[in-house]
Design a protein around this ligand. Sequence first.
Ligand code: 5GP
Ligand code: MG
Length: 182
Amino acid sequence: MTGPGFRVLYDERMIQGRLNALADDIARAMAPDLIAIAILKGSFIFAADLIRALHARGLSPHVDFMTLSSYGTATQSSGTVTLLRDAEIDVRGQQVLLLDDILDSGRTLAFASRHLADKGAATVKTCVLLDKYAAKGNALAKADFAAFACPDDFVVGYGMDYAHMYRELPFVAVLDQKGVRD
Ligand code: 5GP
Ligand code: MG
């Protein structure tokens, strides 16, 4: 492959192993008829794999998506979260499992949780592939479920991009920073 190199943090096998453990935890903690709402775009592959792992444990989640954007430079979010597209499923009185790729500052999950609570969700639990909380320790929201603790590096792959690239990679990797970070 040409272009920047990758340092793989989590390969396909590690990810599937952790998703199975996460699905076990979720199956124990939540009702089988939960609503899974994935935040686009970064969580689409994570969500696709996780909801199939939930199915394998007897859960039958309804699935929807919301599109959020936090504007900023390519590798730093600005802190302003905007709702680009809302979920369509009626969440009133329901148990919602909110899925996102990364918990970084926590602004995205705080915004989405508040939005769903305002729309009448009975409970909103958060679930992320990668949690940077341990690395940074100052998040505005917490993850009820997380597959991996993540170092405070810019990561790509498994749905996550840098300038629309690398979502298709089957692994999570730190991008070689030379000439990339702005
Ligand atoms: P927060 O709102 O928690 O600061 O940021 C979460 C969002 O920022 C994630 O949903 C993700 O889209 C993006 N983000 C945070 N860190 C990274 C990263 O290392 N790589 C990529 N590709 N996106 C990130
Ligand atoms: Mg995101």
